[in-house]
Design a protein around this ligand. Structure first.
Ligand code: GDP
Ligand code: MN
Length: 336
């Protein structure tokens, strides 16, 4: 029995080192998936598609994060989907909950006012926790500290196409920092004072503004006002070292000090997008036109050769880029 057990042990570790050598995983990168135990159904379908369309060949690891411990049932339902490394983390309380110094009366009043205005998630504190966590904290989680690049995944999303190359290596090779698939305007009522705060930051820290930036994507008037355009952040392939940089840390600290994540409902999408558009040169941003992606109720379906090469399971005519609500026009404009 000893001998057999020993042999079994040796052969499985040999198999593991074989995987390490033969795996095409090359970049220092991981998937990041923030979710709740109750999201399990949509978590499974999202991971299954990514594995089938991409990761079964590349074996990039998965990091799942939650503000409470994942249940055994959740972990087993997810682990069965792949042999890529998977880890499950709990978010430290101070990275999640509404800070004590926030005036709860003022926050509650604004939640009520926004509810009357019919703003989505207006009354939700947990949604605000999530937005603040994604804006300023996820990349500080101990499970993510070893990694540079990440690909953000959400429950119930669709990946329509095969991806035969490694987008992380694409980012690394071409010096890209932030990648997206869908752009759109934010609801103005969620970020009433955000742009004033951005202007305050830029006035006192002009050194962080990149020379060849993408201000033209987020403003129609040279920075006087925000046009509300943002990269839809439920999809992100990006470099966490940017969020860890001095520029972004100081930027986030100022936003945090205003309390706007709770007194308003600042989203991680406009926060990330504004920072990426100002502090990076536009060449560091990348539109993944070849990635077919849907997060209800919008989708990006690749066109032409991207569509056929990717064997995409979407109608190329159904493409948010073509609608009046897309900010693709503002994006294309900055490269003219
Ligand atoms: P939407 O895409 O803006 O409609 O927001 P979602 O409900 O999809 O939330 C965005 C992401 O954060 C998803 O991956 C959710 O699973 C996750 N999320 C939202 N709220 C919570 C929460 O209270 N706890 C945890 N652990 N995850 C959350
Ligand atoms: Mn979502």
């Amino acid at each position: 029995a000893q001998r057999i057990q020993n042999q079994t042990f040796i052969s499985s570790s040999t198999l593991e080192s074989y995987y390490q050598i033969s795996s095409p995983r090359k970049a220092n990168a991981t998937f990041v998936f923030l979710c709740r135990n109750s999201d399990i159904k949509g978590v499974v379908t999202s991971i299954q598609q990514i594995e089938d369309r991409f990761n079964k060949k590349f074996k990039y690891p998965w990091v799942l994060l939650n503000d409470e411990p994942f249940t055994e049932d959740f972990v087993s339902r997810v682990k069965v989907l792949t042999d890529a490394p998977m880890s499950f983390g709990v978010i430290p309380r101070e990275h999640w909950v509404q800070p004590d110094w926030i005036d709860e009366q003022q926050a509650a009043q604004s939640r009520m006012r926004m509810t009357w205005q019919g703003i989505i998630y207006a009354g939700s504190v947990s949604y605000r926790n999530m937005c603040r966590f994604n804006s300023g904290f996820f990349f500080k989680h101990e499970l993510l500290l070893p990694y540079k690049y990440y690909w953000r995944i959400e429950p119930d999303v669709k990946y329509f196409c095969d991806l035969d190359y490694d987008p992380f290596m694409y980012m690394q090779t071409f010096n890209k920092t932030y990648g997206f698939t869908i752009t759109m305007p934010e609801f103005a009522g969620t970020i009433t004072t955000l742009w004033d705060t951005v202007k305050e930051f830029v006035e006192s820290n002009p050194q962080y503004v990149a020379e060849d930036n993408a201000l033209g994507f987020i403003s129609e008037d040279g920075g006087n006002t925000y046009n509300l355009c943002h990269y839809w952040s439920n999809f992100e392939i990006a470099d966490m070292d940017f969020w860890r940089s001095e520029a972004y840390s100081k930027f986030f600290d100022l936003l945090e000090s205003k309390g706007g994540f709770y007194y308003e409902r600042w989203g991680d999408a406009p926060v990330h997008s504004i920072a990426a558009s100002l502090f990076l040169s536009k060449d560091q941003l990348h539109f993944f036109r070849d990635i077919g992606y849907r997060h209800e109720p919008n989708q990006h379906c690749p066109q032409g050769e991207d569509w056929s090469k990717g064997r995409c399971a979407c109608d190329p005519k159904e493409n948010f880029d073509f609608t009046g609500d897309s900010c693709t026009r503002q994006w294309d404009r900055i490269f003219l």
